[in-house]
Write a protein that binds this ligand. Sequence first.
Ligand code: NAI
Ligand code: MG
Length: 331
Amino acid sequence: MRRVAVIGGDGIGPEVISSAIRTLEAVGAPLELVPAEMGLRCNSINGSYLPERTIQTMEATDCCLFGAITSPSTAIAGYRSPLLEVRKRFDLYANVRPSKRLNPRIGLVDLDLVIVRENTEGMYTGLESDIEGGVSLQRIVTERACRRLVRFSIDLCKKKGTRSITCVHKANVLRRSDGLFKRIFYEELEGSGLEANDILVDAAAAALVSKPKDLHCMVTLNLYGDILSDEAAALVGGMGFAPSGNIGERYALFEPVHGSAPDIAGQGIANPIGAILSAAMMLDHLGIKRLGDELRGAVESTLAQGTLTRDAGGDASTEKFTEAVLANLER
Ligand code: NAI
Ligand code: MG
């Protein structure tokens, strides 16, 4: 029995995580689910966005299934996103974001891509300081982070049977920092048996639309991966479709890519696919890929039957869509 911390969070987070849990139960996943809290609502109840109790629950579990949290709308001195805190604290260095078109009627291009994004440094260090007339940010690129990210990506490609891997960077301008990343990429790829190539990040944004078939696995730095993975999600149907995993040596957190969507929260219309596919990625990670495949298969069958949530042009509620997935799991 593997132990999983479950955090719904804010807005539609608890709605989509509840759907994902029902699918996990339906396939009889051998998991002990341990509820925990984080985010804005958690702060209003417990006086903390990330209570020590939640950290302890995570430390006592194998991984976490997480929904989304709402960021405070006004600047709060000293506020740091609890999710960034968790990624840092548990050293969840690789952010894995697959984007696959699940049905020809959904999305804009026929993409089947995984983006592996550096998750601990780059532009997201939070090291901003005042300078004369403005603010300066410390952007960090280390050899250690690049090397382990590239090694992780190579392993992932081998596991998935992906033959080519693309380094996405801006080394023509950021010559030393992105140059370091690019150099390490080619060093690690040497002798790996994978076909290695690289592309500038701006060209990559265009290639996602114009040459989606050429892209299989992109390995990239933090900000680039954040932006390109939202673009990739939009191309295969929208934010509601995108799952992700934040992976470290000792811990992992799985979450839909979308946020708490305050504009539709509480209406029962959120698309739970990103959350269900995140649960499937978690099953893969826990070594029960067969059950992960069952979840993915049931989602694809549901879409093929024409059951779609509103963001995908249908009229199914979260509940109705989830029921349809559960019915497909029973088949
Ligand atoms: P968002 O992803 O929450 O919403 C963007 C748009 O996509 C909205 O129109 C929303 O209705 C729609 N959408 C998102 N998920 C959907 C789903 N499952 N089904 C149907 N429609 C969906 O991003 P936004 O609006 O920029 O941020 C809202 C809040 O979420 C903010 O407080 C932000 O800081 C937070 N956020 C949290 C994240 C996390 O917890 N990992 C990630 C991104 C944003
Ligand atoms: Mg994002």
